[in-house]
Design a protein around this ligand. Structure first.
Ligand code: FDA
Length: 403
């Protein structure tokens, strides 16, 4: 049996960050990762450039305006305030990694995202952390004040490992083909830690066949739209797809949408379509409404809207009521998704280990000293735009420095 001070399960963003900090405290640290390589989600993130943080991560923390969803919205405040975007920027700059602010405080690497994986790998090595790849953690048991588990490696066989602290950093259920598993929730349940129901988030929404029929010709069309669900709205790109709607605005709203609810799409935010059509009817009554719509919407979308409403006659023949119908279809198109594309494409998992069971400063389970949950496994989910990595770094550091 080999004994470690700290065993971290999962070599993703949160797990590696935690391991570095724990190693720097002089602890003997082992990271167990069932994939062949560490940090696979970092590698593919941000279109291969890793949107590693967001400068606005701490804006409105704990309030409905904040960028993090949780049953307990105040929970992430402590970790996020103690490890800020500036701290991660300073870290990557020490490693000579160049970055840029794309928009809205979203920071990306100039080069490949693997630079971040390599950086964390180097820091783990320098901190004396041992990394076991292609290894699965099994049979976790309480062992005195610590834990005991089996590390199963197909080639090397089983090793029995004992540790004082066990950090579960196995992420959520999104993208199972990249190694995502429900492991964290299983461990939580084993130790009677409650789990908030999980669902795919930051995910494209799907629609019933009638909608798809109407929008088939629009697949690939994108525009800047304002998407609302209840009181929440996002103004970002919207993309029509063969299955429904995608693009950043839709991914964002998917975290708030629930089955049975409608979403409202303003496809020309800030444009008063009714007034524009009414003015055009006075000046050029022979023009078709789609010609006017096409001055501020993609042409195929303008055509699809007037076809759907059977409103392609000359403007001069259309009543105010008809113009209002067209305007509503542009500025307040209300549609009901039937579902989402699910964990197959979801960027994150909403819900997870219930934060009420955790200490927000250290991420330790209050009722099970020595057991920690960090990163996406926890019921803290950020908006699109670098917020989720910031949570992974911050929660990883919170658990690591206290070891
Ligand atoms: P993460 O999932 O990264 O790591 C968990 C690790 O545990 C994995 O390596 C997994 O193999 C391992 N594991 C799982 N079960 C195990 C088991 N039983 N035994 C051993 N190991 C196990 N966020 C953001 O802020 N900016 C961005 O640009 C993007 N882009 C992006 C793109 C795509 C396509 C996806 C799917 C997601 C993003 N995200 C993102 C979200 C971001 O990737 C996510 O929030 C973090 O990776 C979460 O970090 P964790 O370390 O918690 O889990």
């Amino acid at each position: 049996m080999t004994r470690y001070d700290v065993v971290v399960i999962g070599a993703g963003a949160a797990g590696m960050m935690c391991a570095v900090e724990a190693g720097r405290q002089g602890r003997k640290v082992l990271v167990i990762e069932h994939g062949e390589k560490p940090g696979e989600k970092i590698r593919i993130s941000g279109g291969g450039r890793c949107n590693f943080t967001n400068l606005h991560a701490n804006d409105g923390l704990g309030t409905p305006q904040g960028a993090y969803l949780s049953q307990n919205p105040r929970f992430p405040i402590s970790a996020l305030k103690r490890y800020r975007p500036a701290d991660f920027i300073a870290k990557i700059e020490r490693h000579g990694i160049a970055w840029h602010d794309k928009a809205q405080g979203q920071l990306f690497c100039d080069g490949p995202a693997t630079q971040i994986v390599d950086m964390l790998g180097r820091e783990m090595f320098e901190a004396g952390v041992k990394l076991m790849l292609s290894t699965t953690a099994r049979d976790i048991e309480r062992d005195g004040d610590g834990f005991r588990l089996v590390a199963h490696n197909a080639r090397a066989g089983d090793a029995i490992i004992a540790c004082s602290s066990l950090v579960v950093a196995t992420g959520g259920k999104s993208i199972p083909k990249m190694g995502a598993s429900a492991f964290a929730y299983d461990v939580a349940r084993k130790f009677s830690v409650p789990v908030v129901e999980t669902r795919p988030a930051l995910v494209p929404l799907t629609f019933e066949p009638g909608f798809l029929e109407e929008t088939r010709a629009l697949a690939g069309v994108s525009l800047e739209g304002r998407v609302s669900c209840g009181k929440r709205s996002f103004t970002e790109a919207v993309l029509f797809t063969h299955r429904g709607l995608s693009g950043p605005a839709i991914l964002q709203i998917s975290s708030y949408w629930r089955e049975g609810e409608a979403i409202t799409l303003d496809m020309a935010p800030g444009v008063d379509t009714f007034e524009i059509l009414r003015a055009a009817r006075g000046q050029t009554p022979k023009q078709a409404p789609q010609t006017i719509l096409a001055t501020f919407l993609p042409k195929s979308l303008a055509q699809a809207i007037t076809t759907r409403l059977k409103a392609d006659a000359a403007l001069g023949t259309l009543s105010d009521k008809r113009l209002r119908e067209i305007a509503t279809a542009v500025n307040a198109w209300t549609v009901k998704p039937v579902g989402s594309e699910g964990y197959r494409t979801a960027e994150v998992t909403l819900g997870g280990v219930d934060t009420r069971a955790l200490d927000g400063k250290t991420m330790e389970v209050k009722a099970v000293p020595g057991l920690y949950f960090i990163g996406e496994a926890v019921d803290v989910t950020g908006w699109l735009g670098g917020y989720n990595f910031q949570w992974a770094w911050a929660s990883g550091v919170a658990a690591g420095v206290g070891q």
